[in-house]
Ligand binder design. Structure first.
Ligand code: NDP
Length: 451
């Protein structure tokens, strides 16, 4: 049996009830066959089994009181996956679906994504099954304070630096930061995604969405084309989706859909910057539903998600797709629908939005397919820039940060293509990103000995 199969069997046996985590492990390992042949030292040092086992996993009770003075209990987590390249770095997700398997998949992905950015950051992820939807600001604050009371024991600006993810935006980061500061009596860059007046970086809110589009533009350019005039399907309507739509507009493309867990809107006239402003107010201030877009703009139609297996959003005609909602939102049937409509480019904003079957179809069809690990790395890259600014007690201009972000995305694209070429997988961004991300981590692990 090859080392790869042997390692996979061991990891599977240790994590029998973690389907999302095993999906992400297989996805990375599938790219590594030729790497392991060229580097027998990785097998000798059992790098695969070691990198797939978190350095530390913390779970804890989060008690809080709702507005009716009822006691509520949630579960908190922090998976400190790998510190080979720097302090653990990765977001916090507050969503009722959160469990250890999902956080381990996100943390595992994060290791290689962070490595691709070439910034000095390790990989981690955390969160809670808390659902901020429908909670008052005071309830969210009480939850965040209780969550941070325990988390503060485990994090620090040189140890572990969390950020936002689904359900954790500027409001939550503010409450979490306030409680950390109060408990530790120190004002440090322990979280990223902070408010601009108190240590946040310009462009951090925009970074993931902008990066996804920069990566798409690089893929288009490598094929001798551009995003200009292209009809783009975007899913989700949160942070990543909003700034993907904004940057698509800047580059002359036409985003025509947005969604949430209830359904999607299709606006064939395009979601321009004025309409986007309205969406941002709807989602970020009023915390409303995307269905209201079709009441506001008569050019649009709303389609509820319904219970069909295929997602009707991926049946809309378009040139490019930007899945920006959540994991496994494009399955094999959806991928077949996208390809039947001649979609030619996919840049993933969400983490692991395509199932293994869907990803396989995109690779076989040889379309420009930018996997999340590479395409959405702009968010964490600018988080690393926020850490650098905090450490130096300075603040860079919007243009400076945006230039650095563009440069990082261009490098990720080039390094993924190079690695794919070197290891005989020419043009395959999935293998290229996995290989380039893995090599830095594996080599750092060898250098640092058996820890
Ligand atoms: P937000 O909470 O801002 O938005 C999430 C969006 O996705 C909402 O529109 C939400 O709809 C929708 N959504 C969430 N869960 C589901 C579901 N199960 N089915 C359908 N729709 C769903 O999160 P972000 O925009 O920050 O994150 C979106 C994705 O991007 C996630 O995969 C995240 O891991 C990834 N990502 C985020 C980064 C960041 O910097 N924020 C960085 C890198 C990756 P609803 O309101 O109905 O729940």
């Amino acid at each position: 049996m090859s080392y790869l199969d042997d390692a996979l069997q061991t990891i599977e046996a240790m994590n029998p009830h973690e389907p999302e985590f095993m999906q992400s492990v297989r996805e990375v390992f599938d790219s590594l066959e030729s790497v392991l042949k060229k580097h027998p030292e990785y097998a000798r040092h059992r790098i695969l089994e070691r990198v797939a086992e978190p350095e530390r996993t913390i779970t804890f009770r989060v008690p809080w009181e709702d507005d009716q003075q009822k006691t509520r209990i949630n579960r908190g987590y922090r998976v400190e996956f790998s510190s080979a390249l720097g302090p653990y770095k990765g977001g916090l997700r507050f969503h009722p679906s959160v469990n250890l398997s999902i956080l381990k998949f996100l943390g595992f992905e994060q290791i290689f994504k962070n490595s691709l950015t070439l910034q000095p950051i390790g990989g981690g992820k955390g969160g809670s099954n808390f659902n901020p939807k429908g909670c008052s600001d005071n309830e969210v604050m009480r939850f965040c304070q209780s969550f941070m009371t325990e988390l503060s024991r485990h994090i620090g600006p040189d140890t572990d630096v969390p950020a936002g993810d689904i359900g954790v935006g500027g409001r939550e980061i503010g409450y979490l930061f306030g409680q950390y500061k109060r408990l530790r009596n120190e004002f440090t860059g322990v979280l990223t995604g902070k408010g601009l007046d108190w240590g946040g970086s310009l462009i951090r809110p925009e970074a993931t969405g902008y990066g996804v589009v920069y990566f798409a533009a690089e893929m288009a350019q490598a094929r001798g084309t551009s995003l200009e005039g292209k009809d783009c399907l975007v899913s989700g309507s949160g942070n990543v989706a909003q700034f993907t739509v904004e940057k698509l507009n800047h580059l002359g493309a036409r985003p025509i859909t947005l969604s949430d867990s209830g359904g999607f809107v299709h606006d064939p006239d395009g979601i321009d910057l004025d309409k986007l402003k309205w969406v941002m107010e709807l989602k970020n201030e009023r915390r409303g539903r995307i269905s209201e877009y079709a009441d506001q703009f008569k050019s649009a139609t709303y389609t509820p998600r319904g219970d069909t297996s295929a997602n009707p959003l991926w049946q809309v005609n378009g040139d490019c797709a930007f899945p920006c909602a959540t994991q496994n939102e494009i399955d094999g049937e959806d991928a077949a629908n996208l390809l039947a409509n001649n979609i030619s480019l996919i840049s993933e904003g969400a983490n692991m939005p395509s199932t293994a079957d869907a990803a396989h179809q995109f690779i076989e069809a040889k379309i420009a397919y930018g996997p999340a690990k590479a395409a959405n790395a702009g968010g964490v890259a600018v988080s690393a820039l926020e850490m650098a600014q905090n450490g130096a007690r300075t603040r860079w201009s919007r243009e400076e940060v945006d230039d650095k972000l563009k440069h990082i995305m261009t490098n990720i694209h080039a390094n993924a293509l190079d690695a794919a070429e070197t290891y005989g997988r020419s043009g395959n961004y999935v293998d290229g990103a996995n290989i380039a991300g893995f090599l830095r981590v594996a080599n750092a692990m060898l250098d640092q000995g058996l820890v």
